[in-house]
Design a protein around this ligand. Structure first.
Ligand code: GLN
Length: 311
Protein backbone atom coordinates (compact mmCIF):
# COMPACT_ATOMS: atom_id res chain seq x y z
CA UNK A 1 0.00 0.00 0.00
CA UNK A 2 2.81 2.35 0.96
CA UNK A 3 4.31 1.58 -2.41
CA UNK A 4 1.06 2.18 -4.25
CA UNK A 5 0.92 5.64 -2.72
CA UNK A 6 4.54 6.18 -3.71
CA UNK A 7 3.74 5.15 -7.27
CA UNK A 8 0.77 7.50 -7.41
CA UNK A 9 2.91 10.30 -6.02
CA UNK A 10 5.59 9.56 -8.61
CA UNK A 11 2.89 9.83 -11.26
CA UNK A 12 1.73 13.18 -9.99
CA UNK A 13 5.33 14.41 -9.84
CA UNK A 14 5.97 13.26 -13.40
CA UNK A 15 2.90 15.14 -14.53
CA UNK A 16 3.89 18.33 -12.76
CA UNK A 17 7.40 17.98 -14.18
CA UNK A 18 5.87 17.64 -17.63
CA UNK A 19 3.89 20.80 -17.05
CA UNK A 20 6.94 22.59 -15.70
CA UNK A 21 9.12 21.62 -18.67
CA UNK A 22 6.52 22.25 -21.34
CA UNK A 23 8.89 24.08 -23.70
CA UNK A 24 9.19 23.37 -27.39
CA UNK A 25 12.88 22.68 -27.99
CA UNK A 26 14.35 19.33 -28.98
CA UNK A 27 15.42 18.42 -25.47
CA UNK A 28 11.94 18.65 -24.12
CA UNK A 29 10.56 16.61 -26.97
CA UNK A 30 13.05 13.88 -25.98
CA UNK A 31 12.03 14.14 -22.39
CA UNK A 32 8.40 13.69 -23.25
CA UNK A 33 9.26 10.46 -25.01
CA UNK A 34 11.21 9.32 -21.99
CA UNK A 35 8.39 10.23 -19.66
CA UNK A 36 5.90 8.31 -21.76
CA UNK A 37 8.18 5.30 -21.46
CA UNK A 38 8.43 6.03 -17.75
CA UNK A 39 4.66 5.97 -17.43
CA UNK A 40 4.63 2.58 -19.11
CA UNK A 41 7.33 1.37 -16.77
CA UNK A 42 5.31 2.54 -13.84
CA UNK A 43 2.35 0.57 -15.09
CA UNK A 44 4.60 -2.47 -15.49
CA UNK A 45 6.10 -1.94 -12.08
CA UNK A 46 2.61 -1.72 -10.62
CA UNK A 47 1.73 -5.05 -12.21
CA UNK A 48 4.90 -6.65 -10.97
CA UNK A 49 4.15 -5.18 -7.58
CA UNK A 50 0.72 -6.75 -7.49
CA UNK A 51 2.21 -10.10 -8.37
CA UNK A 52 4.89 -9.71 -5.70
CA UNK A 53 2.33 -8.64 -3.13
CA UNK A 54 0.16 -11.67 -3.85
CA UNK A 55 3.18 -13.88 -3.39
CA UNK A 56 4.12 -12.14 -0.18
CA UNK A 57 0.65 -12.47 1.22
CA UNK A 58 0.74 -16.17 0.49
CA UNK A 59 4.23 -16.56 1.96
CA UNK A 60 3.82 -14.39 4.97
CA UNK A 61 0.77 -16.17 6.26
CA UNK A 62 1.28 -14.71 9.73
CA UNK A 63 1.98 -11.14 8.67
CA UNK A 64 -0.20 -8.75 10.65
CA UNK A 65 -0.52 -5.86 8.23
CA UNK A 66 0.80 -4.59 4.95
CA UNK A 67 3.14 -2.01 6.43
CA UNK A 68 5.01 -4.74 8.31
CA UNK A 69 4.98 -6.77 5.18
CA UNK A 70 6.58 -4.02 3.10
CA UNK A 71 9.38 -3.56 5.63
CA UNK A 72 10.08 -7.28 5.75
CA UNK A 73 10.13 -7.38 1.96
CA UNK A 74 13.29 -5.31 1.40
CA UNK A 75 15.27 -7.36 3.90
CA UNK A 76 14.13 -10.57 2.33
CA UNK A 77 15.22 -9.25 -1.09
CA UNK A 78 18.85 -8.93 -0.06
CA UNK A 79 18.90 -12.39 1.42
CA UNK A 80 16.98 -14.34 -1.17
CA UNK A 81 18.55 -12.64 -4.18
CA UNK A 82 15.09 -11.66 -5.40
CA UNK A 83 15.00 -9.39 -8.46
CA UNK A 84 14.64 -5.67 -7.82
CA UNK A 85 11.43 -4.00 -8.94
CA UNK A 86 13.58 -1.53 -10.84
CA UNK A 87 14.49 -4.40 -13.18
CA UNK A 88 10.96 -5.83 -13.51
CA UNK A 89 10.55 -4.20 -16.93
CA UNK A 90 13.76 -5.83 -18.21
CA UNK A 91 15.45 -2.45 -18.59
CA UNK A 92 18.10 -0.80 -16.45
CA UNK A 93 17.86 2.93 -17.11
CA UNK A 94 21.23 4.46 -16.32
CA UNK A 95 21.95 8.15 -15.88
CA UNK A 96 25.34 9.58 -16.70
CA UNK A 97 26.97 12.86 -17.69
CA UNK A 98 28.96 12.07 -20.81
CA UNK A 99 31.44 14.92 -20.30
CA UNK A 100 33.97 13.10 -18.19
CA UNK A 101 36.54 11.22 -20.28
CA UNK A 102 37.69 8.46 -20.09
CA UNK A 103 34.80 7.35 -17.86
CA UNK A 104 32.04 8.77 -20.05
CA UNK A 105 32.01 10.84 -23.21
CA UNK A 106 30.02 11.07 -26.41
CA UNK A 107 31.60 8.95 -29.16
CA UNK A 108 31.88 9.76 -32.88
CA UNK A 109 28.38 8.37 -33.47
CA UNK A 110 26.89 10.64 -30.83
CA UNK A 111 26.44 7.80 -28.34
CA UNK A 112 27.63 7.79 -24.72
CA UNK A 113 30.72 5.58 -24.34
CA UNK A 114 33.61 5.19 -21.94
CA UNK A 115 34.74 2.98 -19.06
CA UNK A 116 31.61 3.51 -16.95
CA UNK A 117 29.29 2.89 -19.88
CA UNK A 118 31.08 -0.35 -20.79
CA UNK A 119 31.07 -1.39 -17.13
CA UNK A 120 27.35 -0.81 -16.61
CA UNK A 121 26.58 -2.61 -19.89
CA UNK A 122 28.60 -5.60 -18.63
CA UNK A 123 26.63 -5.43 -15.38
CA UNK A 124 23.35 -5.29 -17.34
CA UNK A 125 24.40 -8.37 -19.24
CA UNK A 126 25.04 -10.25 -15.99
CA UNK A 127 21.63 -9.15 -14.71
CA UNK A 128 19.92 -10.14 -17.95
CA UNK A 129 18.48 -6.69 -18.62
CA UNK A 130 18.79 -4.14 -21.39
CA UNK A 131 20.82 -1.05 -20.48
CA UNK A 132 19.46 2.31 -21.64
CA UNK A 133 21.75 5.28 -21.03
CA UNK A 134 20.31 8.74 -20.35
CA UNK A 135 22.80 11.59 -20.73
CA UNK A 136 22.05 14.42 -18.29
CA UNK A 137 23.75 17.10 -16.22
CA UNK A 138 25.93 15.71 -13.44
CA UNK A 139 24.19 17.89 -10.91
CA UNK A 140 20.78 16.37 -11.74
CA UNK A 141 21.77 12.72 -11.39
CA UNK A 142 21.25 12.08 -7.69
CA UNK A 143 17.76 13.62 -7.66
CA UNK A 144 16.76 11.59 -10.75
CA UNK A 145 17.64 8.22 -9.22
CA UNK A 146 14.56 6.14 -8.52
CA UNK A 147 12.35 8.23 -10.81
CA UNK A 148 13.74 9.22 -14.21
CA UNK A 149 16.65 6.77 -13.95
CA UNK A 150 17.19 3.53 -12.05
CA UNK A 151 20.88 4.08 -11.26
CA UNK A 152 23.70 6.51 -12.06
CA UNK A 153 27.24 5.76 -13.13
CA UNK A 154 29.26 8.92 -13.68
CA UNK A 155 32.65 8.69 -12.01
CA UNK A 156 30.56 9.55 -8.99
CA UNK A 157 32.45 9.85 -5.72
CA UNK A 158 30.89 8.29 -2.64
CA UNK A 159 30.16 11.15 -0.21
CA UNK A 160 28.18 11.34 3.02
CA UNK A 161 25.95 14.07 1.56
CA UNK A 162 24.98 11.89 -1.39
CA UNK A 163 24.53 8.89 0.90
CA UNK A 164 21.68 10.79 2.55
CA UNK A 165 19.72 10.46 -0.74
CA UNK A 166 21.06 7.34 -2.45
CA UNK A 167 22.84 4.07 -1.72
CA UNK A 168 26.16 3.22 -3.35
CA UNK A 169 27.42 -0.04 -4.78
CA UNK A 170 30.82 -1.36 -3.75
CA UNK A 171 33.47 1.08 -4.95
CA UNK A 172 35.00 0.24 -8.33
CA UNK A 173 37.70 2.90 -8.80
CA UNK A 174 40.00 5.10 -6.68
CA UNK A 175 40.26 8.74 -7.60
CA UNK A 176 41.70 12.06 -6.45
CA UNK A 177 41.17 15.66 -7.53
CA UNK A 178 43.87 17.23 -9.73
CA UNK A 179 44.62 20.88 -10.43
CA UNK A 180 44.91 21.98 -14.06
CA UNK A 181 46.96 25.15 -14.53
CA UNK A 182 48.12 27.08 -17.58
CA UNK A 183 51.64 26.22 -18.72
CA UNK A 184 54.02 28.41 -16.70
CA UNK A 185 51.64 28.99 -13.76
CA UNK A 186 53.25 29.25 -10.34
CA UNK A 187 50.37 27.49 -8.55
CA UNK A 188 51.98 24.48 -6.87
CA UNK A 189 50.56 24.00 -3.37
CA UNK A 190 47.36 24.24 -1.31
CA UNK A 191 48.39 27.69 -0.05
CA UNK A 192 48.75 28.95 -3.62
CA UNK A 193 45.04 28.27 -4.27
CA UNK A 194 43.86 30.91 -1.75
CA UNK A 195 42.02 33.79 -3.36
CA UNK A 196 42.33 32.32 -6.85
CA UNK A 197 39.70 32.15 -9.59
CA UNK A 198 38.93 28.43 -9.76
CA UNK A 199 36.92 26.63 -12.43
CA UNK A 200 35.02 23.47 -11.49
CA UNK A 201 32.30 21.20 -12.77
CA UNK A 202 29.07 22.11 -10.96
CA UNK A 203 28.06 19.91 -8.04
CA UNK A 204 31.22 17.80 -8.09
CA UNK A 205 33.72 17.05 -5.36
CA UNK A 206 36.08 19.50 -7.11
CA UNK A 207 33.37 22.14 -6.64
CA UNK A 208 33.04 21.23 -2.93
CA UNK A 209 36.81 21.53 -2.37
CA UNK A 210 37.04 24.89 -4.15
CA UNK A 211 33.89 26.27 -2.49
CA UNK A 212 34.32 24.90 1.04
CA UNK A 213 38.04 24.37 1.60
CA UNK A 214 39.90 27.05 -0.34
CA UNK A 215 40.06 30.39 1.40
CA UNK A 216 38.77 33.34 -0.62
CA UNK A 217 38.38 31.35 -3.82
CA UNK A 218 36.28 32.85 -6.59
CA UNK A 219 34.57 29.75 -7.95
CA UNK A 220 33.20 29.51 -11.49
CA UNK A 221 30.91 26.51 -12.04
CA UNK A 222 30.50 24.86 -15.42
CA UNK A 223 28.27 22.06 -16.65
CA UNK A 224 31.16 20.62 -18.66
CA UNK A 225 34.72 20.21 -17.44
CA UNK A 226 36.01 21.08 -20.90
CA UNK A 227 34.32 24.51 -20.70
CA UNK A 228 36.24 25.19 -17.48
CA UNK A 229 39.48 24.23 -19.24
CA UNK A 230 38.64 26.51 -22.17
CA UNK A 231 38.15 29.40 -19.74
CA UNK A 232 41.50 28.50 -18.16
CA UNK A 233 43.15 28.79 -21.54
CA UNK A 234 41.34 32.10 -22.16
CA UNK A 235 42.65 33.39 -18.82
CA UNK A 236 39.21 33.69 -17.17
CA UNK A 237 40.19 31.34 -14.32
CA UNK A 238 43.58 30.63 -12.71
CA UNK A 239 43.14 26.87 -12.37
CA UNK A 240 40.59 24.06 -12.68
CA UNK A 241 39.98 21.44 -10.00
CA UNK A 242 38.75 18.20 -11.51
CA UNK A 243 39.24 14.44 -11.10
CA UNK A 244 42.62 12.93 -12.05
CA UNK A 245 41.70 10.95 -15.16
CA UNK A 246 39.72 13.69 -16.93
CA UNK A 247 42.51 16.11 -15.93
CA UNK A 248 45.06 13.89 -17.68
CA UNK A 249 42.83 13.63 -20.75
CA UNK A 250 42.46 17.43 -20.89
CA UNK A 251 46.23 17.83 -20.40
CA UNK A 252 46.86 15.76 -23.50
CA UNK A 253 44.00 17.34 -25.49
CA UNK A 254 45.42 20.81 -24.78
CA UNK A 255 49.06 19.77 -24.82
CA UNK A 256 51.49 22.65 -24.44
CA UNK A 257 48.78 24.94 -23.07
CA UNK A 258 47.93 23.37 -19.70
CA UNK A 259 49.48 21.10 -17.08
CA UNK A 260 47.68 18.68 -14.72
CA UNK A 261 49.13 18.70 -11.20
CA UNK A 262 48.62 15.74 -8.81
CA UNK A 263 46.18 16.33 -5.97
CA UNK A 264 48.62 14.94 -3.42
CA UNK A 265 50.59 18.15 -3.98
CA UNK A 266 47.53 20.04 -2.70
CA UNK A 267 46.78 17.62 0.13
CA UNK A 268 43.52 16.43 -1.50
CA UNK A 269 42.24 13.15 -0.07
CA UNK A 270 41.47 10.02 -2.06
CA UNK A 271 37.96 9.39 -3.35
CA UNK A 272 36.11 6.30 -4.53
CA UNK A 273 33.74 5.92 -7.46
CA UNK A 274 30.64 3.79 -7.08
CA UNK A 275 27.29 3.27 -8.77
CA UNK A 276 24.46 5.22 -7.15
CA UNK A 277 21.21 3.28 -6.69
CA UNK A 278 17.84 4.10 -5.14
CA UNK A 279 18.00 4.32 -1.38
CA UNK A 280 16.70 1.17 0.28
CA UNK A 281 16.62 -1.05 -2.81
CA UNK A 282 18.48 -3.90 -1.15
CA UNK A 283 17.73 -6.30 -3.99
CA UNK A 284 19.27 -4.04 -6.62
CA UNK A 285 22.25 -3.28 -4.39
CA UNK A 286 23.09 -6.94 -3.93
CA UNK A 287 22.44 -7.76 -7.59
CA UNK A 288 24.73 -4.95 -8.78
CA UNK A 289 27.46 -5.85 -6.28
CA UNK A 290 27.31 -9.50 -7.26
CA UNK A 291 27.60 -8.65 -10.97
CA UNK A 292 30.50 -6.28 -10.22
CA UNK A 293 32.27 -9.02 -8.29
CA UNK A 294 31.85 -11.47 -11.17
CA UNK A 295 33.11 -8.90 -13.68
CA UNK A 296 36.22 -8.38 -11.55
CA UNK A 297 36.77 -12.12 -11.05
CA UNK A 298 36.44 -13.06 -14.74
CA UNK A 299 38.94 -10.44 -15.99
CA UNK A 300 36.38 -8.21 -17.75
CA UNK A 301 37.07 -5.34 -15.36
CA UNK A 302 40.83 -5.35 -16.01
CA UNK A 303 40.21 -5.50 -19.74
CA UNK A 304 38.01 -2.41 -19.54
CA UNK A 305 40.65 -0.58 -17.49
CA UNK A 306 43.23 -1.38 -20.19
CA UNK A 307 40.90 -0.46 -23.03
CA UNK A 308 39.51 2.80 -21.68
CA UNK A 309 41.82 4.13 -18.97
CA UNK A 310 45.37 2.95 -19.55
CA UNK A 311 45.15 3.48 -23.28
N1 GLN B 1 34.05 12.48 -8.95
C1 GLN B 1 33.43 13.75 -8.99
C2 GLN B 1 32.17 13.75 -8.19
O1 GLN B 1 31.63 12.73 -7.91
C3 GLN B 1 33.17 14.24 -10.41
C4 GLN B 1 32.26 13.36 -11.22
C5 GLN B 1 31.88 13.92 -12.56
O2 GLN B 1 32.10 15.08 -12.85
N2 GLN B 1 31.32 13.11 -13.42
O3 GLN B 1 31.68 14.76 -7.80
Amino acid sequence: MKKLIALLLAGVMTMSLLTACGGSDGTNADETTTDAAGAENEADAADAEDAADTENEADAAGAENEADNADAESEADAETGEVSEALADGVLTVGTNAEFPPFEYVDDNGEPDGFDIALIKAIGEKLGVEVVVENMEFDSLVAAIGSKIDVAIAGMTVTDERKASVDFSDAYYDAVQYVIVPEGSDIASAADLSGKAIGVQMGTTGDFIASDDVEGAEVSRYNKGVDAVNDLINGRVDCVIIDKNPALVFESTFEGQVKALPGEQFEFGTEEYAIAIPKGDGALLSQVNKALEEIKADGTFDELVKQYIEN
